[in-house]
Design a protein around this ligand. Structure first.
Ligand code: WT7
Length: 649
């Protein structure tokens, strides 16, 4: 049955419940559910208590200054994020592994806190020698090599905002981002390894610099040995020549709490990328606190986040959050299927990883590959699993819980955004009863609500827009060079309220169920159906590995549901299966959501951050020319889809 529920119909029902495993709960950092009320009563005090655990050159005068939509946290304080990630640990943790890095070919390196501190100081001195001063922007275009983490921390140490551009981005994407930030120095590499091949970067970097006049110097990491003849005299310097020769002493710059820590570009709905601005103290406190509580970090954990540092997940939860906590953080250069499809599990086994934080799209890929790959490896060191990036459908959640976590590890589904800087909705794994597919509750101190078009909270079980009604320390401060767009994009829909652009449902227990971006809603006969729910219902079928659904215009219904489905490897496509899948969706979430058409495809079009590009699927389904495909990871995928779709119609 479908009820008409305001903005978005929430159709999926999930009844499974997982209270914290006893063994886990007993040792958890947070065991008292009272933390929620306590934080609500005084959210400024709540965040300030975390801040007090960190190092300050000068303590703040005031925790919060909120002049909506402009915010300042820890006003008057002076601190340095790199100091808190490194120097703070040089006492008790000096010999502890800080960064464990594994290259795709199988080479590996462990940096203790002592080592990492030295390398960061040398890199910071190298940047200074290239003329970088506090406030100058540095663009970093690197594969997942240790120098990426080192470069980020070196920038933070001297107060030069970094702008990391994902190594998979194109020449134009890099050029636009350099120009928007007016960067003075570019840090890049000759190349990196991906699926056994060399991913060349230096050629792209050079091409992007034609038309990026602000860059004076290029610092080049030698990883693949493929750019020895591409060094531009007077502009380019090898990392190993310059950095290795520097002194390992470099004082951390005392930064104002609100000085910029970094810019990170994220694509908006229009072409121009947005430079999301994160500042020093609030971001540090927000990532420190959430890493500690959501991942339940302990002194002996080996924590692995599989993201790339080119995305915010890598900034907040490979580098800043874990290191501010003095944790051991693992970083992997390459692809999950090189040399075989058990590579991630081989890494867990090799380093004894205790926490693994990855994305639903990766989990669905592992499901498609089958259980034999995790079964080959000893995963018994794991005690906690995490998910981020998009809604995790219950079937993927269950698979992760069972096949990776062995039924003993809580799965923390963490909702947040590049803009939020830190996790905002997630379980506290020692106290939260989990429901597969729900990010559960707002982190203590966070005020989230689900509202309708008019800003009125919708009732339990109903869908609406997710909004945030109180500032939090890690939030973006503005869009670089475009404060009007900041106000327009996030703060213009409801007064003094942050608009996330995500659909969401809250259930009777107050749990939040993310329904995807609001522009990913299908409107069937005035029922607004979330693409995510149709996809979840499809993936729930045993034959399906992955699914994407979209709305195609329909004379009668307004829009009709169309689904693109990737089957599990052993399953043959057939008309009977199409009929069965349509019925499965109807049974699972209601006849209103029954797809009019289902197309089988070997791959779905995805961005380089692995988000499904439904926009392109809509173009295919409407028979339109394809829109902007520059952020597509593999352009061949839509071309073959288009050819197949045109044949079928
Ligand atoms: C968008 C933000 C957060 C870092 C990586 C992505 C979606 C993210 C979840 C989750 C449901 C999620 C939302 C959000 N999203 N995490 N756990 N459950 N949806 O950062 O590229 O800025 O994307 O990703 O739609 O708005 P991003």
């Amino acid at each position: 049955m479908v009820e008409q529920t305001g903005n978005i119909d929430a159709l999926l029902q999930e009844e499974r419940r997982f209270p914290p495993p006893e063994e886990f709960a007993r040792k958890a950092n947070i065991r008292d559910p009272g933390v929620y009320d306590e934080a609500d009563r005084d959210f400024e005090g709540f965040w300030a208590r975390f801040a007090e655990e960190l190092h300050w050159f000068k303590k703040w005068d005031k925790v919060l200054e909120w002049d909506p939509p402009f915010v300042k946290w820890f006003v008057g304080g002076k601190t340095n994020v790199a100091y808190n990630c490194l120097d703070r640990h040089l006492g008790a943790r000096r010999n502890k592994a800080a960064l464990v890095w594994e290259g795709e070919p199988g080479d590996w390196k462990v940096y203790t806190y002592w080592d990492l501190h030295r390398e960061v100081c040398k890199a910071a001195n190298a940047l200074k020698s290239l003329g970088v001063r506090k406030g100058d922007r540095v663009t970093i275009y690197l594969p997942m090599v240790p120098e990426l983490a080192i470069a980020v921390l070196a920038c933070a140490r001297i107060g030069a905002p970094h702008s990391v551009v994902f190594g998979g981005f194109s020449i134009e994407a890099l050029r636009d981002r350099i120009n928007d930030s007016q960067a003075k120095v570019l840090i890049t590499a000759d190349g990196g390894y991906r699926r056994g091949n060399v991913l060349a970067l230096k050629g792209n970097a050079d091409a992007s610099l034609e038309g990026a006049p602000t860059v004076e110097k290029v610092l080049v990491v030698r990883r693949t040995g493929t750019a020895d003849d591409q060094m531009v005299a007077g502009r380019d310097v090898w990392w190993h020549d310059l950095v290795d020769a520097q002194s390992a002493k470099c004082d951390a710059e005392p930064m104002d709490a609100e000085d910029i820590l970094y810019l990170l570009y994220t694509s908006g709905t229009t072409g121009k990328p947005k430079g999301i601005v994160h500042t020093t103290a609030g971001y540090m406190v927000g990532t420190y606190a959430t890493a500690k509580w959501v991942f339940d970090l302990k002194e002996d954990d080996v924590y692995w986040c599989t993201a790339d540092i080119g995305w915010v997940t890598g900034h907040s939860y490979i580098v800043y959050g874990p290191l501010a906590n003095g944790a051991t953080t693992v970083m992997y250069e390459g692809s999950p299927d090189y040399p075989d499809r058990d590579r991630f599990w081989a890494i867990v086994e090799k380093y004894g990883a205790t926490i693994c934080y990855t994305a639903p799209t990766a989990i669905r890929t592992f499901m498609r590959w089958g259980e034999e790959f995790p079964k080959r490896r000893d995963l018994s060191s794991l005690r906690l699993l995490g998910s981020v990036g998009e809604p995790i459908n219950p079937e993927a959640w269950m698979w992760y819980w069972q096949n990776i976590g062995g039924g003993r590890c809580p799965v923390v589904d963490t909702w947040w955004q590049t803009e939020t800087g830190q996790i905002l909705i997630a379980p506290l794994p020692g106290i939260t009863t989990l429901k597969p597919g729900s990010a559960t509750r707002p982190f203590p101190g966070i005020q989230a609500e689900v509202v309708d078009e008019a800003g009125v909270p919708v009732g339990a079980g109903q869908g609406g827009y997710l909004v945030l009604q109180r500032p939090w320390p890690g939030m973006l401060r503005t869009i670089y060079g475009d404060p009007d767009r900041y106000v327009e994009q996030y703060w213009s829909r409801y007064p003094d309220t942050y608009f996330t652009a995500d659909g969401c449902k809250r259930d009777e227990d107050g749990y939040f169920w993310l329904l995807g971006r609001v522009d990913d809603v299908i409107n069937v006969s005035a029922h607004r159906i979330s693409t995510m729910e149709v996809e979840s219902a499809l993936v729930d079928h045993e034959a399906v590995a992955e699914a994407a659904s979209i709305g195609r215009s329909h004379d009668v219904k307004g829009q009709a549901v169309v689904a693109f489905v990737t089957l599990k490897e052993s399953v043959p496509a057939s008309d009977a299966l199409v009929a069965e899948l349509k019925q499965h969706v109807a049974t699972k979430i209601g006849a209103i959501a029954r797809p009019d058409d289902i197309f089988f495809t070997a791959e779905l079009p995805k961005t380089r951050s692995q988000k499904i590009m439904r926009r392109l699927l809509r173009d295919v389904a409407e028979g339109r020319a394809l829109g902007d495909t520059t952020t597509l990871a593999d352009p061949a995928v839509v071309e073959s889809l288009k050819a197949q779709y045109d044949d079928d119609e």
